[in-house]
Design a binder for this molecule. Structure first.
Ligand SMILES: [Zn+2]
Length: 81
């Protein structure tokens, strides 16, 4: 099972780049189907990438970092409670 944290930190960029194996993609899509916050985060991330162009800089825009931190905090709180 993939957790929110793994999805965001380990798989999101590769998922959008389509460099993952079909098995992993299936797992991610299963997670997305049952996890609206991750889906929302994915959409935000995709939009940001479109704004900055095809080549994504290694450095995340400051706004994305803020969203990511807030998101992870909320998700981790939820998972622990
Ligand atoms: Zn999730």
């Amino acid at each position: 099972m993939i957790t929110c944290k793994e999805f965001i930190l380990d798989f999101l960029a590769d998922y959008l780049d389509a460099t993952l194996s079909p098995e992993v993609v299936a797992e991610l899509e299963h997670h997305l189907a049952s996890c609206p916050p991750c889906l929302a985060y994915l959409n935000t991330y995709k939009r940001t990438r479109e704004l900055v162009g095809q080549t994504v800089p290694a450095e995340m825009p400051a706004e994305m970092k803020t969203i990511l931190r807030k998101f992870l905090r909320e998700q981790l709180t939820k998972e622990m409670s």
